[in-house]
Ligand binder design. Structure first.
Ligand code: NAP
Length: 547
């Protein structure tokens, strides 16, 4: 450990050598990792591309951006004081409030003094002789550290559509993950949006309220269900605060660490009337209940999935006035819940507006190119003043691929993971010593902040163990990496979601080499994952190799 430096006199520039740890990213993961490293007495430096903290909630400022998970399960739980002093204003927090919360955390724990903004990490190379990582920034500056903590996020590598002509468009064009910091004025404007994923599903109803004309270019529709957001009153917040221990303990007992617990009954064992009443209730409730609190077999049994898909399709038909438009909005190529279900506020009703046009680019009007004036399809040129590319992300591994990360013997991470990531518990990658991954591939995810806290705490445990024993290097052991990789692949086998292209299965046709499905997360039960990591910790981390 870098014991020559105290917390107060640690060097502040990236030219310095010898941080104990370098953290890439100042989002939810990087913030908490820095907090834990400080507790361990380690010197750390966070490098962040943005101009401030927040990660996803710093970048994604598009209209309508908000949690679609309950705010009061989506904050940090490491500090009871923080939990008690912070009031969530809405059950599903809008992006500005969430960003304010993360700023509050950074201020409260005085974290910014170890963060360097406007600093994109372009390379990180392991130096076996020095037992250190050499980290290079876009500016050419370099810094060294014993540990590299990748807090890069699973949805941070945004992707532009692979459609010719984007550079020729004369008006402003935005990707929601690089949204301007000042509001975009849509009034009187003709707006074109490509994509109908969770991001577009939030943005479309908001933009439709302002724009003169909104043209939605949909390749494949997604299933979506109502969010039912509402304000949190003072009394309600007090009641939530009084129950925080119970709420977080409950989340820790569910498969995905949300408040929702699947119903143990099998869909087709339940009489149709009862089933229908149950679904009506879930559809009318806020949050992910309709997906995660549904009958337990909807994600694995084709017939059960067809039944819930038909129920949701009926809802779409009821909500969208034009039957032809409704049919276009109903997915036919995958069942409900087999891709991450976006929750919406007036998405389907937006298509009842006179100023919203749905263009089906898969069946009716394939996009040919982007022109100086808008989007040219096989049938016509749709003139637009503003274009929005809500075309998603190179999920999970994309942010790693964009950095030239080289481990032992100079092997590049991107090459090592070309076919499939190989990690132990998603915490460390095989062949990459001292690289701690927060939300690395093959880890358990679900409720992201809770998964982050779990990941960081497990890794802080490893670091503390190393301090105690005087170790300076931790690596995976091949046999355990193989065992975990098999566990992860087996856990995904029966899931209908494994048979569908999405960012979760690693498919993004805008990125070269990303058209083959991969298993990118641990999809088993969250409780099993906690037990497994607890056992590894209690057993003295024998599954890892130390020196
Ligand atoms: P996404 O779900 O991957 O959707 C991208 C959309 O762009 C899809 O409709 C896709 O069509 C379309 N697309 C991509 N490339 C295209 C091309 N070249 N031509 C035409 N269409 C193209 O991305 P996202 O909406 O940004 O959401 C990603 C994830 O972020 C979500 O699943 C969720 O986990 C997270 N998210 C969360 C929240 C929240 O918590 N509230 C909000 C937003 C996002 P195809 O389906 O045909 O590929």
């Amino acid at each position: 450990m870098n014991d020559a430096l105290t917390i107060m006199d640690r060097p502040r520039t990236a030219n310095s050598t010898g941080f104990d740890a370098i953290i890439i990213g100042a989002g939810i993961s990087g913030i908490f990792m820095l907090y834990r490293l400080r507790e361990l007495g380690m010197t750390a430096r966070v490098f962040e591309t943005g101009s401030d903290v927040g990660g996803t909630w710093y970048w994604n400022r598009y209209p309508g951006a908000r949690f679609d998970s309950e705010s009061w399960t989506y904050g940090y739980s490491f500090s009871k004081e923080l939990m008690q002093e912070w009031d969530w204003k809405e059950h599903f927090s809008p992006q500005p409030d969430t960003l304010e919360y993360l700023n509050h955390v950074a201020d409260k724990f005085d974290l910014r003094r170890d963060m360097q903004f406007h600093s994109t990490v372009t390379a990180a190379h392991w130096d076996d002789t020095a037992n250190q990582w050499i980290v290079t920034l876009e500016s050419g500056e370099q810094a060294r550290s014993r540990f590299l903590c990748t807090a890069v996020g699973i949805l941070s590598a945004h992707t532009m559509p692979a459609i010719p002509g984007a550079e020729s468009f004369l008006g402003p064009a935005y990707h929601p993950a690089r949204w301007p910091h000042t509001p975009v004025d849509f009034s009187g404007k003709r707006v074109g949006i490509i994509g109908t994923g969770a991001t577009a599903i939030q943005a479309i109803p908001e933009i439709a309220k302002q724009a003169k004309q909104l043209t939605v270019f949909q390749r494949r529709p997604n299933w979506a269900a109502p969010l039912h957001n509402s304000k949190i009153s003072k009394d309600e917040m007090l009641a939530i605060k009084a129950r925080y221990d119970e709420i977080y303990a409950h989340c820790a007992s569910t498969p995905m660490w949300f408040i929702h617990q699947a119903d143990p009954r099998k869909t087709l064992d339940v009489p149709p009337d009862e089933r229908e009443a149950f679904w009506e209730r879930l559809y009318a409730e806020p949050g992910f209940g309709i997906w995660l609190g549904n009958f337990r077999d909807i994600g694995v049994n084709e017939a059960a999935n067809a039944a819930i898909s038909e129920f949701i399709a009926r809802k779409i038909r009821q909500r969208v006035k034009n039957p032809q438009v409704a049919e276009k909005l109903i997915p036919k190529d995958h069942g409900f819940g087999s891709r991450r279900v976006p929750l919406e506020s007036g998405y389907f009703e937006a298509f009842n507006r006179d100023n919203v046009l749905l263009v089906d680019t898969l069946h009716d009007e394939p996009i040919e190119r982007i022109t100086s004036r808008g989007i040219l399809t096989s049938k016509q040129e749709h003139e637009c003043d503003i274009l929005i590319y809500a075309t998603g992300f190179d999920g999970v591994t994309g942010a790693f691929d964009r950095i030239d990360i080289r481990g032992a013997n100079g092997v590049r991470l991107k090459d090592a993971w070309a076919e499939s990531p190989r990690t132990y518990l998603g915490m460390l990658a095989e062949g990459f010593p001292n690289m701690l991954m927060v939300l690395g591939p093959h880890t358990a995810r679900g409720n992201i902040p809770q998964a982050i806290e779990h990941s960081v705490d497990f890794q802080a445990g490893i670091l503390s163990f190393m301090q105690e024993h005087g170790y300076t290097c931790v690596e995976t052991r091949s046999e355990h990496v193989s065992e975990w990789t098999e566990t992860v692949i087996k856990a995904a086998e029966k899931l209908l979601s494994s048979k569908v292209d999405s960012w979760q299965t690693g498919v993004n046709r805008n990125v070269k080499g990303r058209s083959v499905r991969r298993v990118l997360g641990y999809n088993g039960h969250g409780v099993y994952f906690r037990q497994k990591t607890d056992e590894v910790a209690k057993g003295g981390y024998q599954e890892f190799a130390f020196r």
